[in-house]
Design a protein around this ligand. Sequence first.
Ligand code: PAF
Length: 283
Amino acid sequence: MKTIHEPHLMQREADDLRVAGKRIVLVPTMGALHGGHTALIREARTLGDVVVVTLFVNPAQFGEGEDYGRYPRDIERDALLASGAGGDLLFAPETTAMYPPGYQTFVNVERLSLRLEGAARPGHFRGVATVVAKLFNIARPHSAVFGQKDAQQVIVLRRMVRDLDLGVEIVVVPTLREQDGLAMSSRNVYLTPAQRVEAPVLYRSLRKAEDLIRSGERSAGAVVAAMTLEITGGSSAAIDYVSVADADTLDPLVTLSPGAPVLVSLAARFGTTRLIDNIHIRL
Ligand code: PAF
């Protein structure tokens, strides 16, 4: 698999592909690829002529004390997985190529970035939006594929694409889960065996929320309380947030009303490992 490290060389390649009439599909990742990522790449394969997979652990989206330093990095393994899933090109820049000395331009999707993950991880979405805008400018994709597991990321990036007229189609692939329901994540490798046994409680709490809502519960507070009980009763996890929100605006809901798209989401810590998950429900 051809690997490109320099942004200007990736840009040249992308321009040549566009001139040749090729449709470019981008799969941005931070590496540590797992089944969730290969599902994104397989979806990308069906959407265009050239699938560009990016590997870049983006320092701008990690806060102080988060896992930037220990985030798993293994480019050879990732290249094999990416090409096996149908990737054509790998773009794996150095940090200094993306953020050279003197770098000072950032993209801020204002309100949406303050909710949920943004409230728990200040500055996170500024880093995500900035790097994805750069990756769009570098790889010039027609479409880009993201996972539903990072639901807020998708909502923020869709807003960015609309607001900045970036002209990139955002495609979303459902969350891939292990057999016991745990959402696939590069951070699952941090879990101790005991924590790994407990972690599926997160998905069970989401299923509980869905069951409650489908059987007529309309109070967001009651749904949050039931999820909280499920998580704290069945594990040692510390909850960062459990939320029932409008899936477009991310505004917290008090009452669920018919027709409204609902995002039920959560973040919880098992020791130092922070996991997120969500489901979408339309009433
Ligand atoms: O979802 C991720 O892995 C990252 O947030 C992304 C989109 C690759 C930006 O660094």
